[in-house]
Design a binder for this molecule. Structure first.
Ligand SMILES: N[C@@H]1[C@@H](O)[C@H](O)[C@@H](COP(=O)(O)O)O[C@@H]1O
Length: 260
C-alpha cells in the first residue's frame, strides 16, 4: 500500500483528482471504477475543472460505479445515478451512458448484480478503482462481515451506514435497506485501487484498514492484499496511524510516482 498523507481535505482531493487525470492522459479510454459520497464531491469538481480547461478528456473513458441503492430508480434524487449525473456527467458535458451503475429498480436485484459483474468483465476490467471509506470500514457497500471473496451482489446495509447516509435524504424519507454493490473480489481485480478518506471520523477505520489484520470486520483491510493500492488521506484521517512517520518518510508531503 502507498499511504499518501496531505495536510487537508482539499489537498487530498486534489491529489486524487490528479492521479485520475494522469491515468486518463495515459489512457483516455481507461475503465474507471467510480465512487459516490461526500468525500468524492471535491474530487469530481476538480476533475470537471481539469476537463473544462482541456487538461484531461473524459469523453472516451468508461465508468462503473461501485454501488446503487436497491429500490431507487435512476431518476430518484438520492440515487447514485443522480449523484453521478449531478457531479460528473452534467458539469463535464458527458454522455451519462458512459457511466454505468447497477439499476436499483431492476425487478430481480440478484440478477442485476450478476449482469453488472459480467459487464465489468466484458469491458476488459477496471483500470483504476476509486474508493471512499465508510466510518465502519466498508468499501462500496461491503459492510463488516462481507466475504473478502465476494462478487457484485445485494447487501443489507447496517444501521450505522443508513444513519450516516440519512443526511442526503429528506426529513421522513427512508434510507433504503439494501444495495447492489461490487464485491471485495470485484474491487481487488481492479488494476489499481485508489482510496480517499478525510476527516477525524474516518481515523479509526483508516487505522484498521492500513494497520489492522486483514479481516471481514474491516472490509477495507482487504486492500492490504491488493498489489497496487494507493491510500490518500488528510492529516485528520491519518491521525491514528502508528506508522505515520514511516509513511511520511517514504512519501514526503504525500508525493508518489506516477500510477499510469
Ligand atoms: N456507498 C458509499 C461508499 O462508497 C462511501 O465510501 C461511503 C462514505 O461516504 P462519505 O464520503 O460521504 O463519507 O458512503 C457510502 O456508504
Amino acid at each position: 500500500m502507498k499511504i499518501l498523507i496531505l495536510p487537508d481535505p482539499d489537498a487530498a482531493a486534489a491529489r486524487v483528482a490528479d492521479i485520475i487525470a494522469r491515468t486518463l492522459v495515459a489512457r483516455p479510454e481507461a475503465v474507471l471504477g467510480l465512487a459516490t459520497g461526500g468525500t468524492m464531491e471535491p474530487v469530481y469538481a476538480r476533475l470537471v475543472a481539469q476537463a473544462r480547461s482541456g487538461q484531461v478528456a473524459l469523453d472516451r473513458m468508461t465508468g462503473f460505479n461501485l454501488d446503487e441503492y436497491v429500490g431507487l430508480p435512476p431518476r430518484h434524487p438520492q440515487s447514485y445515478h443522480a449523484f453521478m449525473r449531478a457531479h460528473l456527467a452534467a458539469p463535464a458535458g458527458l454522455d451519462p451512458a458512459r457511466l454505468n451503475l447497477p439499476r436499483g429498480d431492476a425487478p430481480d436485484a440478484a440478477a442485476e448484480a450478476a449482469r453488472y459483474e459480467a459487464a465489468i468483465a466484458a469491458s476488459g476490467g477496471i483500470d483504476l478503482q476509486l474508493l471512499g471509506l465508510g466510518a465502519n470500514g466498508h468499501i462500496g457497500f461491503n459492510e463488516p462481515s462481507s466475504s473478502l471473496a465476494s462478487p457484485t451482489r445485494v447487501k443489507t446495509l447496517n444501521h450505522a451506514t443508513r444513519a450516516a447516509n440519512a443526511r442526503f435524504f429528506g426529513p421522513g424519507e427512508e434510507v433504503p435497506r439494501h444495495a447492489i454493490t461490487m464485491g471485495i473480489a470485484t474491487i481487488l481485480r481492479a488494476r489499481h485501487a485508489l482510496l480517499l478518506a478525510t476527516g477525524a471520523h474516518k481515523a479509526q477505520a483508516v487505522a484498521a484498514m492500513v494497520e489492522g489484520p486483514v479481516s471481514a470486520r474491516c472490509p477495507a483491510s482487504a486492500l492490504q492484499m491488493h498489489p497496487a493500492a494507493t491510500i490518500v488521506l488528510d492529516a485528520a484521517a491519518a491521525a491514528k496511524l502508528e506508522l505515520r512517520d514511516y509513511y511520511e518518510t517514504v512519501h514526503p508531503e504525500g508525493r508518489e510516482p506516477c500510477l499510469a
